[in-house]
Design a protein around this ligand. Structure first.
Ligand SMILES: Nc1ncnc2c1ncn2[C@@H]1O[C@H](COP(=O)(O)OP(=O)(O)OP(=O)(O)O)[C@@H](O)[C@H]1O
Ligand SMILES: [Mg+2]
Length: 347
């Protein structure tokens, strides 16, 4: 199209184990990765989703932006974990302009926090639920989680452009990079250090979204305990896949827990009449980089597993990866890429 505007966006993903940022330029359907960075955080910096050492996070963001050469100051940041609730509800059908207040009242029943302490957002998904009903995707986030994040971003000399939910960011990436048939039910799993984002989607709509309090740290601790080794040794063994210790059974047991969770979600979706079955799994996050993880997860349950590649449709200069393998790193950049790709959703 004539004069399609170039847009630069920055996605910032502050995880328990690494901070990731990407700067992309979009023009029509062309996407260029301009800059990116990944920096590790000390395991004590963010514990149980809570930022324990603010100053450390602020400095790490500053260093990350400086070393990666990201220029744009306005960033789209992500939230996940206990303070974020995504729920699909069915309620009385109302015109959009009247829906807001009604949804607010409805939300009180679905959010386990004081409704005055949460930021609410919603999307009307469909009105074909029966003559007087509509489906609404409710997104509630603890207000202090968002305010705290915005403060940290400002302290780092940046500006928050928007805050989105990590699970939706993963969805943006899968929809951009991978082909899904409209009837296909896909379970998107981002396995991080502390949290697994599970988002089951069909035809662009989240059917079931849950943040599970488990991650690679569980495997690290299990390896430490079983073999009486330091955290560093356990991490090395998991990330590089050394030969010394037989950690396969521990990875397998972690994958079995994931499989069990998926089974429960599938049962829930069947009972609620939302979906007959799950069709496939898309895996992302640092956990997806563990040697043998994809195969193990594919083996302990029945669904095919695909690795998410957020760079698949993205152009970039190979020098950007300075010696490291983009394919290897890509799954870990999924959330930050998806945040940058956010298409002006009302969230
Ligand atoms: N080859 C690898 N390279 C880097 N990290 C790896 C690799 N294999 C496994 N990991 C693990 O992945 C985890 C980091 O993944 P990721 O960056 O997605 O987590 P996070 O976003 O920081 O955590 P969370 O989303 O839970 O807050 C670490 O626990 C790390 O040990
Ligand atoms: Mg993460």
């Amino acid at each position: 199209m004539f004069g399609t505007r170039k847009q630069t966006k920055v996605g910032l993903d502050i995880g328990a184990s690494t901070i990731k940022a990407v700067e992309i330029e979009m023009q029509g359907s062309d996407i260029h990765l301009l800059n990116f960075g990944v920096t590790a955080l000390d395991p004590e910096t963010i514990v149980d989703g809570e930022i324990m050492d603010r100053q450390m996070v602020v400095e790490t963001i500053q260093n990350l932006f400086e070393s990666s050469g990201i220029k744009r100051k306005r960033v789209i940041a992500g939230i996940h974990g206990r303070g974020v609730i995504v729920k699909k509800i069915v309620m009385e059908r109302l015109p959009e302009q009247d829906a807001s207040e009604a949804i607010y009242w409805e939300a009180e029943q679905h959010v386990p926090y004081d409704i005055n302490d949460v930021s609410l957002d919603f999307e009307i998904l469909g009105v074909d639920m029966g003559p007087k009903q509509m489906q609404v995707l409710l997104v509630a986030a603890k207000r202090d989680l968002i305010l705290n994040l915005a403060d940290i971003i400002r302290e780092a000399g940046l500006a928050p452009e928007a805050v989105d939910v990590n699970s939706f960011a993963v969805q943006n990436v899968v929809e951009m990079s991978h082909e899904l048939r409209p009837e296909e039910v896909a379970a998107l799993l981002d396995v991080g250090a502390e949290i697994i984002n599970l988002n089951i989607v069909r035809d662009g709509i989240p059917l079931y979204t849950q943040d599970i309090a488990a991650g690679v740290n569980n495997i690290i601790r299990a390896v430490q305990k079983k073999f009486q080794v330091s955290r560093e040794e356990a991490v090395e063994e998991i990330e590089v896949g050394g030969s010394k210790l037989d950690i396969k059974p521990l990875i397998e047991s972690f994958c079995k827990d994931i499989a069990q969770n998926l089974e429960k979600s599938a049962t829930y979706l069947k009972t609620s009449g939302d979906a007959e079955q799950l069709d496939k799994i898309f895996l992302s996050g640092g956990g997806a980089r563990i040697p043998g993880f994809v195969d193990t997860l594919a083996r302990v349950q029945t669904l095919p597993v695909d690795l998410v590649n957020p760079l698949r449709r993205v152009q970039y200069a190979p020098e950007l990866f300075a010696g490291s393998d983009p394919e290897q790193l890509a799954p870990q950049l999924t959330v930050s890429m998806g945040l940058a790709l956010r298409k002006g959703r009302q969230r």
